[in-house]
Design a protein around this ligand. Structure first.
Ligand SMILES: C[S@@+](CC[C@H](N)C(=O)[O-])C[C@H]1O[C@@H](n2cnc3c(N)ncnc32)[C@H](O)[C@@H]1O
Length: 263
């Protein structure tokens, strides 16, 4: 790991509210519980030749070209899970840190070469200001942690000119997700103006903001949006995430890829 990364002196997480701490604990326990079955079910699709690909339909990075060149850059993957992205970027010459809050998830990453793994909360990053050139998250902690905490932390640890790139659920997903049936419905089930947290499973909460609110938050943290990519899955594309029916995803964006630059 490059020098000067350690954050001093505050204890990570010490500034979180009690409610955020409780939700974060709940999500960590849930990911610890889900980890082995998640890796069994989705690991094949997330790794190998699809390691550098975005979202549930694994849109290849070499087609979308979201990322700056990574060779020689300091990269942080937020919510890295088994660290497929991290390992692939390290193979292209980046110095990579994979961070996750779940020890069980990181155990699936511990055989990776050239990736420094950190067990920590994305809402209180244990790194010095200006440590990274790129922060990325592919349905990782930018989805599973509170953006009002993660976005300021990302802006703090990015160097000027650095890039934040992430794929997360869209507001349409959050408004149309039926958490009891665990599927997407064609009708709106909740309002746009009360997005933020969504209970996506009985023991798990994820986070989505409306478009204007994402833009306001980025701007308040000196991040300028360069791209917002919303595309339907390619015709006939397969995913191991079967609870996103094609009749729905061909009509509305289920996820979005954002790229923003630190001023
Ligand atoms: C859907 S998985 C994605 C992981 C990886 N991108 C993949 O596709 O395998 C979400 C990850 O975010 C992690 N996560 C959840 N909350 C987090 C937090 N507050 N800080 C860091 N990681 C978190 C979970 O432990 C989990 O590994």
């Amino acid at each position: 790991m490059p020098e000067g990364r350690e954050r001093t002196p505050s204890e990570p997480g010490s500034t979180l509210s009690d409610a955020t701490r409780e939700t974060t604990r709940e999500n960590r326990r849930t990911w610890d519980t889900w980890s082995d079955s998640y890796q069994r079910k989705h690991g094949g699709m997330l790794g190998g030749s699809q390691a550098e690909a975005w979202g549930l339909w694994r849109r290849p990075e070499h087609e979308l070209r979201v990322l700056d060149p990574v060779a020689g850059k300091d990269v942080l993957e937020l919510g890295c899970g088994a660290a497929h992205w991290s390992a692939s970027l390290a193979g292209r010459g980046a110095r990579v840190v994979g961070l996750d809050i779940s020890g069980a998830q990181l155990r699936h990453a511990c055989h990776r070469e050239r990736v420094a793994l950190v067990l920590a909360d994305a809402q209180a990053l244990p790194f010095a200001d200006g440590s990274f050139d790129l922060v990325l998250s592919d349905n990782g902690a930018m989805s599973w942690a509170d953006p009002y905490l993660t976005v300021p932390e990302v802006a703090r640890v990015l160097r000027p000119g650095g890039q934040l790139a992430f794929c997360a659920n869209s507001p349409f997903f959050a408004m149309c997700w039926d958490s009891r049936q665990r599927t997407l419905t064609p009708g709106l089930r909740r309002g746009y103006f009360d997005l933020h947290t969504s209970r996506v499973a009985p023991t798990a909460v994820d986070y989505v903001l409306g478009y204007g609110e994402w833009l306001r938050l980025f701007r308040s943290c000196a991040l300028v949006v360069e791209a917002l990519i919303e595309e339907p899955p390619p015709p006939g594309a397969a995913t191991s995430f079967g609870d996103r029916p094609q009749e729905w995803t061909s009509r509305w964006p289920v996820e979005a890829i954002w790229s923003a630059r630190r001023m």
